[in-house]
Design a protein around this ligand. Structure first.
Ligand code: FAD
Ligand code: FES
Length: 256
């Protein structure tokens, strides 16, 4: 268990798009650096204030030179509204880094053609994933889907071989599903994070073509550390906790 609980200082907070925020905090522990696909439990309110539970948010980016740790999140309810009120200099309580994440060194060593597929705010953990894969020697192809306007895509450009964009509204890129653009037979492995319906579709394409697929799952969480069993998921390999055994799983183990 590499997670720790501590207070971090907010460096900046930016509005990225409607209801989409980027929060940058100063990570202080070089012995516990986060990697792609891991997440933190965030709390910007007192221990006795609501909401009772901290909120899980993925690592969007991490700069191991400066310790700048970035979260990209969608404002949905009380917890994320309170996160959105943070300003530079404020304190943020975090527990993490949590979860297994993607083993990007091993992925890049054993797969030369990698597709990364994301949808909506599920693109948040994919930036550090693309960066780590690129640094490990494989520049992935990125496939992303949004309801309407895309956001955050400019950050991906240096780290991806190609970027394929789809929107439900047709306002940008392909008018339709991101899976319409994806021929999984061109890849050695597919890595995905986004709405369950999208990941299920990606997993089915991969299963039909015999291409391995890793999916990063979401579940409501309480402890984030594997202690409360609140995020248990029943899979083909038995019960697993999304927070500790995951959030990254082999798609064939979790999807029918
Ligand atoms: C491992 C993990 C990583 C995540 N990474 C990110 C991220 O990088 N960026 C981001 O914006 N969000 C992320 N989420 C989702 C985020 O945790 C929820 O959106 C957040 O907890 C909502 O809290 P709230 O108090 O604002 O809303 P609430 O008032 O709790 O809920 C508002 C709405 O959001 C839905 N919701 C709550 N929790 C979740 C959840 N876990 N998954 C899906 N929907 C939920 C509720 O059903 C409700 O409809 C992640 C979730 C997990 C489990
Ligand atoms: S949230 Fe407690 S075990 Fe996963």
């Amino acid at each position: 268990m590499n997670a720790t609980s501590c207070n971090l200082t907010v460096l900046r907070q930016e509005v990225v798009a409607s209801d989409i925020m980027r929060l940058v905090v100063q990570w202080q522990d070089p012995s516990r650096e986060p990697h792609a696909g891991q997440f933190y439990m965030l709390r910007a309110w007192a221990a006795d204030a609501t909401p009772i539970l901290s909120r899980p948010i993925s690592v969007d980016d991490f700069d191991n030179q400066t310790g700048a740790l970035t979260f990209l999140y969608q404002v949905k309810g009380e917890g994320t509204r309170k996160l959105a009120a943070l300003q530079a200099g404020n304190a943020l309580t975090v527990t993490g880094p949590c979860g297994n994440g993607f083993d990007t060194a091993a992925l890049a060593a054993s797969h030369k053609r990698i597709a990364v597929v994301g949808g909506g705010i599920g693109t948040a953990p994919l930036l550090l994933l693309c960066k780590e894969l690129c640094r490990a020697g494989v520049r992935p192809d990125l496939y992303v889907g949004f309801r309407d306007a895309s956001y955050g895509m400019e950050s991906f450009v240096p780290w991806c071989h190609t970027i394929h964009l789809a929107t439900d509204s047709g306002s940008e890129g392909h008018h339709g599903l991101v899976t319409d653009l994806l021929d999984v037979r061109n890849y050695d492995i597919v890595l995905t994070c986004g709405p369950m319906v999208m990941m299920r579709g990606v997993a089915k394409l991969c299963a039909d073509a015999g291409v391995p697929c890793l999916a990063s799952l979401e579940k409501k969480m309480a402890c984030g550390l594997g202690a409360c069993l609140g995020c248990t998921c029943h899979t083909k390999i038995g019960p697993v906790t999304v927070c500790k055994d995951g959030p990254v799983f082999s798609a064939q183990e979790v999807f029918d």
